[in-house]
Design a protein around this ligand. Structure first.
Ligand code: NOJ
Length: 537
């Protein structure tokens, strides 16, 4: 076993609803994932991160968990999970699960019991119930807002039918926040971690890792202050929880890992999540700006902040919460919401936007540390904006009364076979979000073994990254290039990315890999705009 495998690993995020559907109900599932593991092995990834597959009413794509120790029937059974884990391990791939400790579903038995209990009862003490403010408590207990829009508080109805206490939900109304000052909550999560570790899981991506602990007294948010200083972000007590979890994971063989979903800034603060006795990884800031000096700064700051605590950097270009990179990187900087819709402006044509996504892939995979890929980016999938309102599912759309589009467009079921129903997503036509016609052109079977396809580019990049040990290397910036070109050496590989609008000179030497769809770069002495190359240094 490769010790500390996570320091350099390529980890592939599977969003189970949308990866592959084994039973034809239009929703992806665990047997579907198992049936497609060969494709991930061919891609060359070291591990798979599964977004939640637990029992859930699916009000937030499974991030609303009603039973942390079971599989939702939509996705299969515990036996299907075991089979998936076995099949992944047989291919030398590890599996990381998502754990959602900030909140449960309102359908969780604990929350149902809390609603049935009287104010002040121990059942309520597992969540954050408070009296309202104002006459008859008709105002929420404080001014916090839900990340999905609207207030972060909802008023419960007491057993006698009267309006009662309010409960906190930083996300949807169906996602009540736990009270982590309650030892019973802490113990319950230790039990949940052990349940999956005992089954053989290789680690956890920890959802909303910065927010579990809230400031004493739940004070109002100062609207002038940045979200990073909110009374529910990065409270010092949160680190105690992860030290406890780390000690628990360390009891197990096999280098199990904790990955923080924490976007807290500055990066020096985020690095606190990956100190030697806490988590192993925390995601970097997604590369949003197509601007070489900005990206260079992000790369330097990330490498500095994380190496100062002995942790690897963890590069991510896209995930299930962001507009896909094949669309995002060409949007005007001011128009980068969580999602896009038919009325969104500034979306360039697919063929114009793909080159940046391909170049970004070569950048992400060339950096030292670990890299995460989000399912479908290896096919160059763009964001789908043409989703009719009635098909949308993300709570943001509803909580903002249609004002913001939400994240459905990056969650459209994957295309596997161009000529099959649902593009091979499942055995029939069904697909929980409509798939665009472009999926026929981008389906995996259309890209397999095609020299200039995006899939081939990713396969080649992952393989070269491994053979040239880029994950374990260092960034050494190269002088003498125009400011719109990122130019660095990582070991015996030179990486050049042209983010400007003019071609840049390409030095003499062997081009190992180019993001250009036609490999003109290898025969010319210029690097085109929106193009990256790896060269033998
Ligand atoms: C972050 C997850 O990535 C996102 O999908 C989810 O909606 C929120 N956390 C709430 O759990």
């Amino acid at each position: 076993m490769n010790k500390e495998w996570w320091r350099t690993a390529v980890i592939y995020q599977v969003y189970p609803r949308s990866f592959a559907d084994g039973d034809g109900d239009g929703i992806g599932d665990l047997p579907g994932i198992t049936s497609r593991l060969d494709a991930l092995q061919e891609l060359g990834v070291d591990a798979v991160w599964l977004s939640p597959f637990y029992t859930s009413p699916q009000r937030d794509g499974g991030y609303d968990v009603a039973d942390y120790c079971d599989v939702d029937p939509l996705f299969g059974t515990l036996a299907d999970f075991d089979a998936l884990l076995l099949a992944a391990h047989a291919r030398d791939m590890r599996v990381i699960a998502d754990i959602v400790p900030n909140h449960s579903s309102s359908q969780h038995p604990w929350f149902q019991a809390a609603l049935d209990a009287a104010p002040g009862g121990i059942e309520r003490g597992r969540y954050l119930f408070r009296e309202g403010r104002g006459i008859d408590g008709t105002e929420p207990p404080n001014n916090w807002r839900s990340h999905f829009g609207g207030p972060a508080w909802t008023r419960a109805t007491e057993a006698d039918g009267a309006p009662g206490q309010w409960y906190l939900h930083l996300f949807d109304t169906s996602q009540p926040d736990f009270d982590w000052s309650n030892e019973e909550v802490r113990e319950e999560f230790r039990r949940i971690l052990r349940f999956w570790l005992d089954r053989g899981i290789d680690g956890f991506r920890v959802d909303v890792a910065s927010s579990l602990v809230k400031a004493e007294g739940l004070p109002d948010l100062d609207p002038e202050l940045d979200e990073d200083l909110a009374p529910y972000t990065g409270q010092p007590g949160v680190h105690e929880i992860y030290r406890d979890w780390r000690a628990l994971l360390d009891e197990y063989e096999g280098d199990r890992v904790l990955v923080a979903e924490s976007w807290i800034k500055p990066l020096t603060r985020r690095a606190e999540w990956v100190r030697p006795d806490e988590m192993h990884q925390a995601f970097n800031d997604l590369f949003d700006d197509w601007d070489a000096p900005t990206l260079r700064r992000i790369i330097d700051d990330t490498l500095d902040a994380f190496s100062a605590v002995g942790a690897p950097s963890t590069w991510v270009a896209s995930n299930h919460d962001t507009v896909r990179q094949a669309t995002r990187l060409s949007l005007p900087r001011s128009e980068r919401p969580n999602g896009l819709g038919p009325n969104s402006t500034g979306i360039a044509s697919y063929d114009d936007t793909l080159p940046r996504a391909r170049a970004l892939a070569l950048l992400t995979l060339s950096l030292p540390g670990s890299a995460y890929l989000y399912q479908g980016e290896e096919l160059g999938l763009p964001e789908v904006s043409e989703i009719p309102d009635e098909a949308r599912q993300d709570p943001t759309f509803f909580r903002t009364e249609g004002e913001q589009y939400g994240r459905d467009g990056c969650r459209v079921p994957l295309p596997w076979e161009a000529d099959a129903p649902s593009y091979g997503f499942g055995p029939g036509e069904a697909s929980w979000l409509p798939q665009p016609e472009l999926w026929g052109r981008l389906a995996r079977d259309r890209q397999q073994d095609v020299a200039d396809s995006t899939l081939t580019l990713y396969q080649d990049a992952v393989a070269l990254r491994r053979s040239r040990t880029l994950g374990a290397g260092h960034v050494e910036w190269l002088p003498g290039y125009p400011t719109h070109v990122l130019a660095f050496r990582n070991g015996n590989t030179t990486v050049l990315v042209n983010m400007g609008s003019e071609p840049a000179p390409l030095p003499a030497g062997e081009v190992l890999l180019s993001s250009a769809a036609t490999s003109t770069t290898s025969t010319t002495s210029t690097l085109d705009p929106d193009t990256a190359v790896w060269m033998h240094a």
